[in-house]
Write a protein that binds this ligand. Structure first.
Ligand code: FAD
Length: 435
């Protein structure tokens, strides 16, 4: 029997000892690194290896098996202490200073974290969606800084409440209402759903409108889930059994004025400013899942024998793999280029990219989100397929990858919504280009 620390096996072991051990986190990281080393800068590569080292040690030290009965929310404080919840920014306002940060750094973080545990990586991504608006609108108010520090350092998880039972894709016509009081506080009433991490979060960033269905009256709030009026039950998504999503009933929930991130009329603008990092983050996640699947399958098909030959030799296997590999490699280089460009612009414009450039980046972010999640769903499925039964059983992370890669097409705006955004942007481009 193989060393269980390296496997996900909870039930019977279907893969032989030798191959299962060869698919260890260490070997999968090694495969990833050998693929990326030719196009990463030394700074990028060193940070990737640093995060990988931490994940390997963490997995070993804590006997992580990645099975469903582990509570991955228990891992957050350790990753937070290491500065691995997000590397998108430096957080000097809460005394958290990184020597390396930005969109490119965060991509490296995501690649390593996804190799370790894809569901955990996705959960941390949802906390980042709550971190970003507080980072952008803290205004040095102590209550907001406290929440920011809690989430960045892994003391508490965070979540974002946009989607409602009756309002999904149409996110600007929300039914949840906010009623402003004389003292500047607000009373929130309404329902939200599918909010990643919500049942495990201390902090939530929620949207509501002064007038239901009127996007011009949207506002944005930071909510402590311990406050009266917060009622949350878990929504169970079998494809991500370790992830806790919430359905919330906000019932006369009072938000003091210190926690109002965007007053009435500001909510929609705040919602849109988060879209570039959110969609690029999802694209990075999709690519990270594709690499993880390619690493599993790449090792497996080089070792698994049928008809007395390693199965990679058969064209049906080897050529299919080569195609998935090439497309993943190409999109990885595209996202790195986008992230480097984004980091350069953030530095050049002191953290605030001008509106017209931001506008162009919204389209690129949609293009990457659309293509990376679509590719990831194909790569993860085809890699599982190339592994035969071994790709479908619970012995490895393959079924997590297969299931999660399908979810990514919905989260952060569905495939059809990205297509809609792109087609409208193309119409604008046409009008700019052809008199
Ligand atoms: C795992 C998971 C995690 C999530 N995490 C969060 C979170 O943290 N916070 C949060 O607020 N939400 C979250 N969501 C919600 C997610 O953003 C929504 O599910 C998504 O926006 C789609 O909304 P909906 O489910 O209501 O589908 P609907 O909007 O009802 O869409 C149904 C179908 O109609 C299509 N459609 C709708 N409008 C159009 C259109 N104009 N043109 C073409 N097609 C259209 C859609 O593409 C889809 O195929 C999460 C969802 C999942 C599954």
């Amino acid at each position: 029997m193989t060393d269980r620390k390296l496997t996900k096996t909870k039930y019977a072991q279907a893969i032989n000892d030798e191959i299962l051990e060869k698919m260890s986190l260490k070997n999968r990281y090694s495969f990833l690194n050998n693929n990326l080393m030719s196009f990463l800068s030394p700074e990028q590569f060193n940070f990737l290896k640093k995060v990988e080292k931490f994940c390997m040690r963490f997995e070993k030290k804590n006997n992580i098996t990645h099975s469903e009965d582990e509570d991955m929310y228990d891992w957050i404080p350790a990753f937070g202490a290491e500065g691995l919840i997000t590397r998108a920014h430096n957080f000097e306002m809460v005394d958290v200073n990184y020597d390396y940060y930005g969109a490119t750094a965060d991509f490296m973080r995501y690649l390593a974290m996804d190799g370790f545990d894809p569901q955990f990586a996705m959960g941390s991504g949802a906390t980042v969606l709550a971190i970003n608006p507080v980072y952008d609108h803290h205004e040095d108010i102590p209550q907001r800084l406290e929440a920011l520090k809690d989430m960045v350092t892994g003391k508490a998880a965070g979540c974002i409440l946009i989607t409602e039972p009756e309002r999904g894709s149409d996110a600007v016509h929300q039914l949840t209402t906010c009623d402003k009081q004389d003292d500047g506080s607000f009373i929130l009433n309404g329902e939200k759903i599918f909010n990643t991490n919500a049942p495990k979060s201390k902090w939530a960033v929620s949207y509501a409108s002064a007038e239901a269905n009127n996007g011009n009256t949207m506002a944005q709030f930071l909510v402590n889930t311990e406050w009266d009026g917060w009622n949350c039950e878990r929504v169970y998504i079998p494809w991500v059994p370790k992830l806790f999503l919430g359905k919330e009933r906000l019932e006369n929930l009072r938000v003091p004025k210190e926690y109002v991130l965007g007053d009435v009329g500001k909510g929609r603008e705040h919602l849109f400013e988060g879209l570039v990092p959110e969609r690029i983050g999802i694209a990075m996640g999709g690519v990270a899942q594709a690499w993880n699947a390619l690493a599993h399958a790449g090792i497996y098909i080089n070792l698994r024998k049928q008809f007395d030959k390693v199965v990679l030799i058969f064209q049906g296997v080897g050529f299919t793999y080569a195609d998935l590999w090439a497309r993943t490699s190409n999109i990885t280089q595209g996202i790195i280029k986008f992230a480097e460009n984004y980091d350069e612009k953030m530095e050049k414009f002191g953290g605030e990219i001008p509106g017209n450039i931001q506008q162009a980046m919204v389209v690129s972010a949609s293009q990457f989100k659309y293509q990376a999640t679509k590719l990831s769903a194909e790569v993860c499925y085809e890699c599982a397929n190339l592994m035969g039964g071994a790709g479908l059983c619970d012995n490895t992370l393959m079924h997590d990858l297969l299931n999660m890669s399908r979810i990514q097409e919905i989260v952060g705006g569905s495939r059809q919504i990205q297509q809609y955004i792109m087609s409208m942007a193309f119409r604008k481009l046409f009008k700019m280009s052809v008199p």
